[in-house]
Write a new protein. Structure first.
Length: 579
């Protein structure tokens, strides 16, 4: 009998096999693993190709039925009988019953396929014999330490500050440049004579040939011009000698200038260099140090640090009376500081205020304006002795623990509580908020106390009880009761509370306050309006005998009744005539 397979639109037999078209065993195993098929539930049969000594692929026969969608790109196979397998969506031709097929294919499994024909499958692969395992090598496994915990969300952060003394010491050692020597030799007798002669030839005025280092304009005198004319008559090099003489004059004039003038010019033209030679000013118009009351332009500071060492105090004694120059130098210091601030050099500007002008508050403010909050706080603490401003700087710089310590010393309990909340320490925050509540209750400020309890301690029940306490003691009773009712969101509960307080806690002393409260509630839209109006009528009625003017309050409950307004006016006039 000759068997053939023909395409068919459906499967007549269970899908129990799968064909993998590839000659490599490695690929077969990889495909089986990728399809998550257990090796214990299948048999693998290699299939020869039409060419001798070549492999077409393999047939996988499963113990259970397969799903055609789960085998991916591979072709499923039908199990016609115990030992005959054909591709999916195909039939055997000629049609043969199952008993005949069992007899024909009784020995070994067979598979029929258009690519390779009819193949007898005598023995499945033994995978254990085909696999080679790597040699086991003993090794020591080092378990790493637990990594640093990285939170999913950053709720708060703080900066860990260093002590104020170390902050200022760091400024001294690292922030400002080191000293350097200044070449400043005095004029010799010969040079002084030359300078006197040059003054006959040159003078300082505006609009002439050149400008010297100090900003002054050097001009030629008439005598110099006459000599220059005579010299040019006998020399081809015009102006060369005059220029050399003028340059020499400028150099000698620069060296002969007053030391204080040199300092002022340095502060104007190169403030960073000039500050190294600056002298500190006292409130009395004098400067410390200086031999025999004279000022000498020598290096005064080792650097620009806020703890910089002033050399004048160790090299001389007494004081220098600067006279009118004190104000000039003081103004220049301020101008230099402002210029440095505009350039963003807040450290150097602070050096001027602290060391030269002795204005520690401005020094700290300068650091604060430059966002150098730790340095500013250190100056406020050590020099200005202002703990509150230091605490503000610590807070701005996210040095919360230090800010809390200072605010605690200042007794600002609510601020301490707020900062503890910022760093997610609710228990510590509540300790300080409760201190604030105690102070408010002692002063009968129950409304403020309730706001702390509600919005910061998150204790709504205690906040409501505190408001009732203020109402009962008639301490800002209207605002306390008004807030008490406003905090009740349930309209039914609100109606019960209004009724209970009206029946049990309204007296002659607080009747008018209660009337104002329910008038406020009446303006809202909720189902208790009718009862609130009745209570209002009862309150007005109880007081009308000794307070006729209270009838005007009826218009709150009847805003659209124009005749009621007229009636209340007539009633008050009638009662007034009766009196």
């Amino acid at each position: 009998m000759k068997f053939k397979i023909k395409p068919y639109y459906k499967n007549n037999y269970p899908l129990r096999g799968m064909l993998i078209k590839h000659p490599s065993l490695r690929v077969w195993i990889q495909e089986i693993q990728s399809l998550r098929i257990s090796l214990d539930q299948i048999d693998i049969y290699p299939i020869p190709d039409m060419k001798p000594n070549t492999i077409w692929g393999c047939l996988i026969i499963s113990d259970t039925e397969l799903n055609s969608l789960s085998i991916g790109k591979h072709q499923a196979c039908q199990l016609v009988c115990t030992n005959l397998i054909i591709p999916e969506k195909s039939i055997i031709y000629p049609k043969t019953n199952k008993e005949e097929l069992e007899n024909i294919f009784s020995a070994f499994p067979h598979v029929i396929h258009p690519d390779f024909g009819l193949v007898e499958l005598k023995e499945p692969l033994k995978l254990l014999d085909m696999l080679s395992f790597p040699e086991e090598v003993s090794c020591f496994i080092t378990k790493p330490k637990s990594p640093v915990f990285i939170p999913n969300q950053i709720k708060s952060f703080q900066v860990s500050p260093i002590p104020p003394e170390k902050v200022l010491k760091n400024l001294e050692e690292n922030i400002f440049p080191k000293k350097k020597k200044l070449e400043n030799k005095p004029l010799s007798i010969i040079e002084k004579g030359k300078l006197s002669l040059y003054k006959l030839l040159f003078n300082k005025k505006e609009g002439e040939n050149r400008t010297n280092n100090t900003g002054s304009v050097i001009g030629k005198t008439g005598f110099a011009k006459m000599i220059e004319t005579v010299f040019n008559t006998f020399s081809k090099k015009e102006n060369s000698l005059a220029d050399k003489l003028q340059q020499d004059f400028e150099n000698l004039e620069e060296r002969n200038r007053k030391e204080l003038d040199k300092l002022l010019d340095m502060l104007k033209n190169n403030p960073e260099e000039g500050l190294k030679y600056a002298i500190p000013l006292d409130d009395g118009g004098v400067s410390r140090g200086g031999a025999n009351g004279e000022f000498s332009l020598t290096k005064q500071w080792f650097d620009f640090s806020l703890l910089g060492n002033y050399r004048g105090s160790s090299s001389s004694s007494g004081s220098i009376d600067l006279g009118n120059d004190f104000t000039t130098l003081q103004k220049q210091y301020h101008a230099s500081a402002q210029g440095l601030i505009k350039k963003g050099e807040h450290h150097k500007a602070s050096f001027i205020y602290m060391k030269l002008l002795k204005n520690y508050s401005l020094a700290a403010q300068t650091m604060e304006s430059g966002n150098h909050f730790q340095e500013a706080a250190s100056i406020y603490l050590t020099q200005v002795k202002d703990k509150r401003k230091a605490a503000i700087c610590y807070e701005k710089g996210h040095m919360i623990e230090n800010a809390i310590e200072l605010y605690d010393e200042l007794g600002e309990n609510e601020k301490v509580g707020d900062l503890y909340l910022d760093i997610k320490k609710g228990k510590q925050a509540n300790i300080y908020f409760n201190k604030v509540v105690e102070v408010y209750n002692t002063k009968d400020q129950y409304l403020k106390s309730s706001l702390i309890l509600r919005h910061k301690v998150n204790d709504e029940n205690e906040a409501q009880n505190t408001l009732l306490q203020g109402w009962r003691k008639n301490k800002d009773g209207f605002n306390c009761l008004n807030n008490y009712f406003s905090n009740i969101s349930d309209e039914k509960q609100l109606g019960k509370e209004i009724e209970a307080i009206y029946k049990n806690e309204v007296s002659n002393e607080n009747r008018e306050a209660f009337l104002k409260v329910i008038q406020y509630e009446y303006k809202k839209e909720h189902p208790n309006l009718n009862r609130i109006r009745e209570v209002g009528y009862e309150l007005i009625s109880a007081q009308i005998s000794f307070n006729p003017a209270i009838v005007s309050e009826l218009k709150v409950f009847n805003p659209k009744d124009k005749e009621l307004v007229k009636d209340t006016i007539r009633f008050k006039l009638h009662r007034k005539k009766g009196e």
